[in-house]
Design a protein around this ligand. Sequence first.
Ligand code: HEC
Ligand code: HEC
Ligand code: HEC
Length: 475
Amino acid sequence: MIKGFKAALSAAVVGLLAGTALDAAPAVAQTADSDLVAKGAYVARLGDCVACHTGLHGSVYAGGLEIKTPIGAIYSTNITPDPTVGIGTYTLQDFDNAVRRGVRKDGSPLYPAMPYPSFARMTDDDIKALYAYFMHGVKPVAQQNRPVDITWPLSMRWPLGIWAKLFAPAPKAFTPAPGTDPVIARGEYIVTGPGHCGACHTPRGFSMQEKAYDATGGADFLAGGAPIDNWIAPSLRNDPVLGLGRWSEDDLVQFLRSGRIDHSAVFGGMADVVAWSSQYFTDDDLKAIAKYLKSLPPVPPARGDYTYDASTAQMLDSGKTAGVPGADIYLNQCAICHRNDGGGVARMFPPLAGNPVVVTDNPTSLAHVVVSGGVLPPTNWAPSAVAMPGYQKILNDQQIADVVNFIRGAWGNKAPANVTAADIQKLRTKGTPISARAWDAGTSTNSTWGFFAPQPYGAGWTFSPSTHTGVDAAQ
Ligand code: HEC
Ligand code: HEC
Ligand code: HEC
């Protein structure tokens, strides 16, 4: 797929060159076409279509990725141009209806696991390019779609239509506010539109709709989401402790394309985003995203500012860990990589001191990475795969709870020590995220629709199987 993408790009370039050198008329038509296909391939990268529409070890875009929901599993669909089982017979209008309106060719509504509420903001031009790419740049694969594993009556799709009417924004191509810096406008377009960053990073309302689809929605926009796959997407607002307040624009650019910067390393659901999507963004687009995120209106700092506290390192250096739950476990298991000072090793082992993901209110992600470990995905910009071991079999529930609580309060991190052994047990045996307890004030994501709620993606949905992480099968 990457090769295909590159090939499409170079074909476009060759086409361009040919267009200037040879007989103009036929070459121009062909150039326009392959240009459009190449542009569509790039828009597909922006939208990360491949991550969801490729089954585990499956053919690119042939669908079949299982997405678990509280009422049963659904499967992403075949979006290759196969005429019988794919979208080969879709007209531009049919395609647009699916991508921006969440309506299938047969008229039934799609599950919002397909992030059409964000895609609704995509421009007509990008939709046309995407369509050209899916029709002409993608290889047809005759792989049947799998029906949903949800029993009747919950499998009925009509409530999804009601949901869409109530909560999904009507498709309206993005137009920047008058006077917006064009670079910031481009960043806003990618973040709120094709990039669907808010699908994970914005908290959900009572029926799982995103609480805000752009900055006009106030402080909720990109304020940090609910667990998906037991990973928490933290705030992308400029809070100095919980968000990106201490990140520079350059940090953001480097993080999105290589997954690692001196003070953070990508993991969990975001590793998929970097591996499949953002590492391919152009420099200009990465800079635009960074500039836009840094330009978001300031939010009141929820926990003041971050100041490093050297006493944790002194305690660990001296070995006097008695009476501090989790400290000896940290020393024995974690310090070799994350160091006594919590500073890690730049671009290899992320620091835990002052790291927003360590102090985010809901500790689910943190517990999850300690239980399951992780692999820093190799990218074109940082080819080595660096791993963190999983402690599933090495530490017991209480020890994991203790070490997680310990890092949440060490080196000046000031998060509540709110993880219990019971939380860890449920997480590792049943995959249950740690409950919202202390963290949902103001950002409650619990659905009250319970029974017939279509539950678009948010708590309870699982998406990004770890085998996807770092392995772009499409390459
Ligand atoms: C977060 C996961 C996710 C992402 C990202 C995603 N999709 Fe989907 N998409 C789905 C799921 C799941 C379905 C099936 C939903 C259902 O069955 O109701 C779907 C359905 C569709 C359909 C409808 C197919 C049909 O049967 O009519 C099209 C077309 C589509 N997606 C195109 C895209 C394109 C193009 C992109 C990238 C711009 C994209 N999707 C990105 C999850 C995703
Ligand atoms: C599939 C869900 C998902 C999507 C979509 C997503 N993210 Fe993330 N993001 C996460 C998770 C989970 C984390 C926490 C793990 C980490 O820090 O690597 C995260 C972390 C981040 C971080 C690091 C924050 C920190 O404090 O360490 C940045 C920056 C970021 N995402 C930017 C983006 C941008 C920009 C987009 C859209 C282009 C995006 N994300 C889309 C899930 C997602
Ligand atoms: C062999 C080195 C190594 C050891 C030992 C180790 N880690 Fe990690 N840790 C890593 C790497 C590498 C990552 C990045 C993982 C990824 O991207 O999936 C990481 C990521 C993390 C993160 C997520 C922070 C971020 O920004 O990515 C936390 C939290 C964490 N480790 C805690 C711990 C704890 C607690 C222990 C001990 C129980 C531990 N680690 C032991 C290497 C290690």
